[in-house]
Write a protein that binds this ligand. Structure first.
Ligand code: PLP
Length: 467
């Protein structure tokens, strides 16, 4: 049996419908691990066979840890007590100060909650808030499964791939209307700019329009801003919380900007209103029953991260530039090959569309994004995720490609690889602020070059695009 890339097979005990002594609850019967984690296992298996897989499957920021964070963690390694459920006061204050200073949000320490990653915080927010979920698509792999796990209906709202995945009030109104006709009660809108999977960012005027639309209808916005620090420089990030503070929750964390996903540290900033305080009580109750607190030493180190001292701010800016450079170069390759793809404005993702080769792919038995991802992996050793894993239509021939691992040297001792990454970060200042890779000498990135070559060979193998 072939393991699907978007919905990996569930384990075999389900074949026993009674479940023997381990019967599964109905909600757990069709659960599958997240597609992003499943692709890692497939790649590891291929690499163990000696194959040189180009890893565009997993979005993990992997620059070395900043020494200031390492020192802070070491200093607090002996802090073994549980922290307060909502986070240590110093960290809640540091995050609030950061959001006020950098994103011009109206946030106080009391309106910030810290958790073990922003992912579980998103889950408890969906659990605590009333109503079904309006979800602009394509969307990050975990939003829809999380919403369904807490019993919410998911209403997809299509965004425009020819215009930076633009989301308009008209599209939102149409989705709201048809959802209501189908008996759903949408009360939450989840937006994610810069976006995983497309790297697109909303234009500031569209953010304002979306926020006004939500305010007029009393719809809560959850704004997942985990990639806000990783802008490529040609489009500015704006949070909907700036114009709809009373109805917007902002989430973020250390995983992307500080290359520290494994530290599991995220936050949510709630409205500073009475309703926000009630929501905070609910989140506190849920968190207290599920994870108790985020790890105490990590929280202490995160205080240093969110202080954004000049050397930390330089580190984050440099990593944003390198991500922008790599993503921009692969985008240029795809564009030169005639592959439609929204121009990434942030994060480290590309979302190319192979529809111009639909007939050529169909002749090879490929009619879905799942089939396309499988073909690329099996025959070209290119690992990417199918658009279907991101709530896209299964027959759309779109893939999500993550560029974040293309700068990590494949060989060498860990210290050598770390030194190479520091060296790369130092070269970031020579790149242009508006990320025009064509205008600067390309950084030497062998894995990126290999990805470019192999994608070019794959597209050439398909013949001329259909017009
Ligand atoms: N939101 C998006 C869009 C992501 O891509 C990710 C991680 O890949 C997360 C949230 C989860 O981040 P965290 O590590 O804070 O749980």
């Amino acid at each position: 049996m072939t393991t699907p890339l978007s919905h990996p097979a569930v384990c075999s005990q389900q074949q026993d419908s009674a479940g023997g002594s381990l019967p599964l609850a109905s909600i757990a019967q069709n659960l599958a691990p997240s597609a992003t984690l499943a692709i890692n296992e497939l790649i590891a298996a291929r690499r163990a066979e000696g194959r040189q897989v180009i890893h565009l499957g997993f979005g993990e920021a992997s620059f070395p840890l900043h020494p200031a964070l390492r020192a802070a963690l070491t200093e607090h390694a002996t802090s073994t007590s549980y922290a307060p459920v909502l986070g240590i006061p110093a960290l809640r204050q540091a995050i609030a100060d950061y959001l006020v200073r950098v994103r011009s949000l109206d946030v106080s320490a009391k309106s910030v909650v810290v958790g073990p990653g922003s992912k579980p915080l998103l889950y408890v927010l969906l659990q605590a808030l009333e109503g079904d979920l309006l979800l602009p698509t394509p969307s990050w792999v975990s939003y829809a499964p999380q919403a369904r796990l807490v019993g919410r209906r998911v209403i997809a709202v299509e965004t425009d791939p020819t215009d930076h995945q633009r989301l308009t009030p008209q599209a939102l109104s149409a989705a709201l209307e048809s959802a209501r006709q189908a008996g759903a009660n949408p009360r939450i809108l989840l937006v994610n700019s810069p976006s995983n999977p497309t790297g697109s960012m909303f234009a500031p005027e569209d953010v304002e329009a979306i926020a006004s639309w939500a305010r007029e209808r009393n719809i809560t916005i959850i704004s997942d801003e985990i990639y806000a620090e990783l802008q490529h420089g040609w489009r500015a990030h704006t949070s909907p919380a700036r114009c709809y503070g009373e109805g917007t929750i902002v989430t973020g964390g250390l995983s992307k900007a500080f290359s520290a996903g494994g530290w599991r540290l995220g936050y949510a900033a709630l409205p500073k209103t009475e309703a926000g305080a009630r929501l905070m009580n609910a989140v506190q109750a849920l968190a207290s029953e599920i994870w108790s607190s985020a790890p105490t030493p990590i929280q202490e180190a995160a205080v240093v991260a969110f202080s954004f001292a000049p050397e930390l701010s330089t580190y984050v800016h440099r990593s944003a530039r390198i991500h922008g450079h790599m993503t921009g170069r692969l985008y240029q390759t795809l564009s030169d090959l005639g592959v439609p793809c929204p121009r990434p404005a942030g994060a480290f993702y590309l979302y190319p569309d192979f529809a111009p080769w639909r007939a050529a792919l169909a002749a090879r038995g490929v009619t879905t994004s799942e089939g396309l991802a499988r073909l690329l992996l099996d025959e070209w050793d290119i690992a990417a995720l199918p658009g279907a894993a991101f709530c896209d239509r299964p027959e759309a021939l779109r893939l999500r490609m993550a560029t974040s691992l293309l700068c990590v040297p494949e060989a060498g001792a860990p210290e050598e690889r770390e030194a190479a990454l520091w060296n790369l970060l130092e070269q970031a200042d020579g790149l242009l602020a508006n990320n025009n890779p064509a205008a600067v000498a390309p950084l030497p990135l062998p894995m990126l070059a290999r990805a470019q070559e192999r994608l070019a060979a794959f597209v050439a193998s398909l013949g001329a695009p259909e017009v």
